[in-house]
Design a protein. Structure first.
Length: 468
């Protein structure tokens, strides 16, 4: 309750200051707030977002700008005066500036780069020259490095001289005269060492580095496995180019998660917040998959037409078509989602395909058996109620055979669904495609068609010569 009152007071103070037009008071007020609180004000009062940034001290304005959505960032840059935009962009860390610029049209990037100082422009163009979604787009060239022959006292002198612009000094990097990465050193080890101790006496030779062309998702996995707050980035010749920090990896992980969720839902990945995407762009992102799924579902209609004679002979079979199709689709969607998530976090790789298949065979049989038993007893209970005149008779004298048909069909369809849902992401990964593209709707459509074939094939085995 106290938090809500505090937030209400904050909003009231902001509204009063906006009405008073006292810029000095507004500046003092904004500079006294937490960065997250200022970001909340921007989200709450979008009409004043550019004014809020313009009225803050530049270093705090940069801190707020970094954590805003891309849509808000674009609007602020569009509304700010050019001199304020130049000040903001020049103050932004190189990696955050690159991350923002790559979301803009090329002609806008060209205009904004002209506002940068010569040195910042050179760094930005260098980072933008790396492939999209590569580690090179994330790294910052501001870091602290020393040489192996330096003493601990020399290291502290270097930190005092150069660390002001560095994004982090938790890790110090050791290079040789050619600029090649030799090792890294945690600041904790430096602090605890004697001043006259040489750096090479503190090294353990277990440096972990990223290549500048590595995929960002791969980099995220390396961070996770090595428990680091920062990692060095080298080129193919082991020349140290920059560092990537954990805050960048958190953004990457969030973006990758959002993309995977959208793809699993059956749409192309959105490259901007939902509410900021133009209407026709949103339609374009969604219509492709819908057309593919619609055309795929036509195969279901074809399968129904193929078994039309069986349906005419035994209309009762049509009653259970939705039940069979939905059970197979649901099991396939479950398996697909589980495998995609496991692959995304590194729990499952292509080499594990046999273990996954074996596991899903047993899972499919068990889950299908559970649903099959439920389906079997559902028909039995229904028939019992029919014989006592409670409800109308639907199944006739062959109710037991129909119950067996539904029960065994559910085992087969659920088994096929789990196998399809688990294997399709691995197959796509093996072919070099995105596993998330094997979305739940796609798997469901695939299982719908094959589920009908399984259902009517089982029905033919049980009811041949009787109803079929």
């Amino acid at each position: 309750m106290s938090f809500e009152v505090e937030q209400l007071t904050l909003h009231e103070q902001f509204e009063q200051l906006m009405q008073s037009s006292d810029k000095i008071a507004m500046r003092d007020f904004l500079n006294d707030q937490n960065i997250s609180d200022v970001a909340d004000l921007i989200n709450e009062y979008p009409d004043y977002e550019a004014q809020i940034i313009a009225n803050m001290a530049i270093h705090r304005a940069v801190s707020v700008f970094k954590i805003l959505d891309v849509g808000a960032q674009k609007r602020i840059i569009k509304e700010l005066p050019s001199f304020k935009t130049a000040e903001l962009l020049n103050e932004l860390p190189a990696d955050d500036r690159t991350d923002f610029l790559e979301e803009l049209p090329k002609e806008v990037i060209r205009d904004l780069i002209k506002l940068l100082d010569p040195e910042e422009r050179k760094v930005t163009l260098s980072l933008l020259g790396y492939p999209e979604d590569s580690v090179g787009r994330l790294m910052t060239p501001d870091y602290v490095y020393v040489y192996a022959y330096d003493t601990v006292e020399d290291v502290f002198a270097t930190i005092r001289k150069f660390a002001k612009n560095s994004e982090t000094i938790d890790v110090i990097y050791i290079i040789n005269e050619r600029g090649e990465l030799a090792d890294d050193l945690r600041i904790r080890d430096v602090i605890l060492a004697a001043p006259d101790k040489r750096v090479d006496e503190l090294l353990d030779g277990r440096v972990v580095a990223l290549n500048v062309n590595d995929d960002q998702e791969h980099a995220s996995q390396v961070f996770k496995m090595n428990n680091r707050v920062a990692l060095p980035v080298t080129d193919d010749n082991n020349i140290l180019l920059g560092i990537v920090t954990i805050d960048d990896m958190l953004w990457v992980a969030n973006e990758e998660f959002s993309e995977d969720m959208q793809k699993i839902g059956g749409t192309e990945a959105l490259d901007a917040p939902y509410l900021d995407i133009p209407f026709f762009t949103l339609i374009q992102k969604r219509v492709g998959w819908l057309i593919v799924l619609f055309l795929s579902e036509m195969l279901t209609a074809t399968a129904m037409a193929y078994f039309s004679d069986e349906i005419q002979k035994a209309v009762v079979l049509a009653i259970f078509v939705p039940l069979i199709m939905s059970s197979g689709g649901n099991s396939g969607s479950q398996a697909s989602t589980l495998i995609i998530q496991a692959m995304a976090v590194g729990e499952v790789s292509l080499a594990d395909w046999w273990r996954v298949m074996r596991r899903e065979v047993f899972s499919g049989i068990t889950l299908g058996g559970i649903l099959g038993v439920i389906g079997f007893f559902r028909i039995c209970i229904w028939h019992l109620l029919m014989t006592h005149g409670v409800i109308q008779d639907l199944y006739g004298p062959y109710w037991l055979l129909i119950a067996f048909t539904v029960g065994f069909s559910l085992i087969g369809v659920v088994l096929w669904g789990t196998l399809s849902g688990s294997m399709l992401p691995l197959i796509l990964k093996r072919l070099g495609a995105d596993p998330a593209a094997s979305s739940a709707p796609f798997v469901a459509t695939l299982v719908d068609v094959t589920g009908l074939v399984i259902y009517f094939s089982v029905a033919y085995l049980f009811l041949r010569g009787i109803l079929l």
